[in-house]
Design a protein around this ligand. Sequence first.
Ligand code: MN
Length: 228
Amino acid sequence: MVSYVFPPPPVAALPIKGSDALFPVRRIFCVGRNYAEHAIEMGSDPTREPPFYFTKPADSVVINGAVTPYPSVTKSLHHEMELVVAIGRGGRNISVADALSHVWGYCAGLDMTRRDIQNEAKKTGRPWDMGKGFDKSAPMGLLVPAAGIDPSKGKIELKVNGKVTQTSDLAKLIWSVPEVIANLSELVELAPGDLIMTGTPEGVAAVVRGDVLEGFVEGVGDIRTKII
Ligand code: MN
C-alpha cells in the first residue's frame, strides 16, 4: 500500500455529454500553426512545415461553462478557438489509417494565450510554457463520443460578446486529425486521457475582463466562458 506525504491532487476531468461519467485528463498536447491564415497573421510561413507541439498541464482545464480568471503577468490575453481530440486508446507509431480508432471523443476548446509572453519567448528563443501553459488556460466544452463525428470538415467559430471573431472550417487544417495523431505518436507514446488541441484558425485577438466567449465546432459542440 502506497502512502503519500500529502493527499494526491484531484484528477483533472472533462464532463461528457449525456453521461454522468467523467473523462480523466492525462496530458494536453497542442499543435502550433495548423491553419494557414493563422500562420500568416502570426508572421509565419504557412507552408506545410512538420507539425510542432507545446503542452499545457492537465489541470489547466476550465470545465464547460465555468468562468476563466484573467491571468497574472500579461496585458495581452488572446483567445484561440480549437477542435480538441480526446484519446481513448493509446499507442506509439500509430498509422494515419488507424488513427481515428484511437479517438474517444471530441470537444470545442480554447487555447488561451498570454500573447505578450509568448511573443517575447519567440524573440528570445525561450520556451512557450508561461505563454501557453498557465493556470486555467484551457477552457473546454462538453466532451462528445467520437461515433458519427467526421473531424475532416465542419465549421469552427468563436464569438466574443456576440460578435464573430474567428470563423473557419476544419477542412482547412494543414495537418488533419489522423495525421496529427500519427505524427504525435512517433514523438511520445499516446495514452488514454491525452487531449490534443488541434490549432486555431485566423482571427485571434485580445480579450478583457467581462468578455463572454462563445464558440462551436459544427457536429461536435459548444464552448462558453466569461473572462473575470
Ligand atoms: Mn493554439
